[in-house]
Ligand binder design. Structure first.
Ligand code: OAD
Ligand code: ZN
Length: 239
């Protein structure tokens, strides 16, 4: 490996699995229990808003009973101690990376929630996002404009992920790209490994099993996130 200064890390549901949050595509995962097109598209929300709001209200309540695990904490430690830039891009809509950073005193973590956040409500009337821990099925008023037009701040299928320009800016500067706990099937995130390679970065996969894109990585290490991630972080910080 060449000299590594800037790191971009992409995480997916696998990093939160050992905190007790279901992944999407593993057996028993969320997309086995719900059809994507019933709960995770703008069309579904237009057709049956109560069904969609109830689904996300349950998920929003559930994540608040979970805790960051050793993988989240190790990544926060890397962000706190690595001398270069560590940009954490997550597909996860839970707040476990945020809480791990707070636990380690990382005040303003370089963290991008590209698929949105359960703990935000987005007002489609005034385009304001508000921190939101409770239910949305109650059709509460937007704290900014008072209208009852709040929806989950989740990027649904057919919508464009957030902050793509910042993600590509970080990929251009990256010396190392690491993908953790993601199946590598949902684009554009699944394409980041090839973007990173094309832009000259080394690439590493850390996942329970080979992902769909595993062949694109220079190196892959397979095992549970709470084991492989802390081991990799210690290796990086010790080098
Ligand atoms: P998936 O459920 O597709 O993939 C989870 C990956 O994590 C799989 O490759 C598992 O092998 C791996 N995994 C499971 N347990 C693990 C563990 N303990 N340690 C390490 N790896 C583990 O989830 P994502 O790839 O995150 O989008 O899914 C991407 C997007 O699809 C999500 O952000 C979501 C979904 O539809 C939206 O909601 C917009
Ligand atoms: Zn509003």
């Amino acid at each position: 490996m060449g000299t590594i200064r800037n790191i971009v890390i992409l995480t997916g549901a696998g990093v939160s699995a050992e905190s007790g949050i279901d992944t999407f595509r593993d057996s028993g995962g969320l997309w086995e229990q719900h059809r994507v097109e019933d709960v995770a598209t703008p069309e579904a929300f237009a057709r049956d808003p109560d069904l969609v709001l109830r689904f996300y209200d349950m998920r929003r309540a559930a994540i608040q009973t979970k805790q960051p695990n050793a993988a989240h904490l190790a990544l926060a430690k890397l962000q706190a101690q690595w001398p270069g830039r560590v940009t954490l891009v997550t597909q996860n809509v839970d707040d476990l990376h945020d809480r791990a950073a707070a636990a380690l005193g990382v005040a303003a973590p370089d963290l991008i929630h590209m698929h949105g956040e359960h703990l935000n409500a987005w007002c489609t009337a005034c385009d304001t996002r508000s921190r939101w821990a409770g239910p949305l099925i109650t059709r509460s008023a937007c704290p900014s404009c008072g209208s009852a037009a709040l929806r989950p701040d989740i990027v649904w299928f057919g919508e464009i992920p957030y902050r793509m320009d910042e993600i590509f800016e970080a990929l251009r500067e990256a010396d190392l790209f690491v993908s953790i706990g993601t199946s590598g099937v949902v684009y554009p995130a699944a394409g980041f490994v090839r973007n990173a390679r094309d832009l000259g970065a080394e690439t590493l996969e850390l996942n329970l099993e080979p992902s769909q894109g595993t062949a694109w990585f220079d190196e892959a290490r397979h095992g549970p996130a709470t084991e492989v991630v802390p081991a990799w972080v210690e290796e990086m910080l010790g080098a």
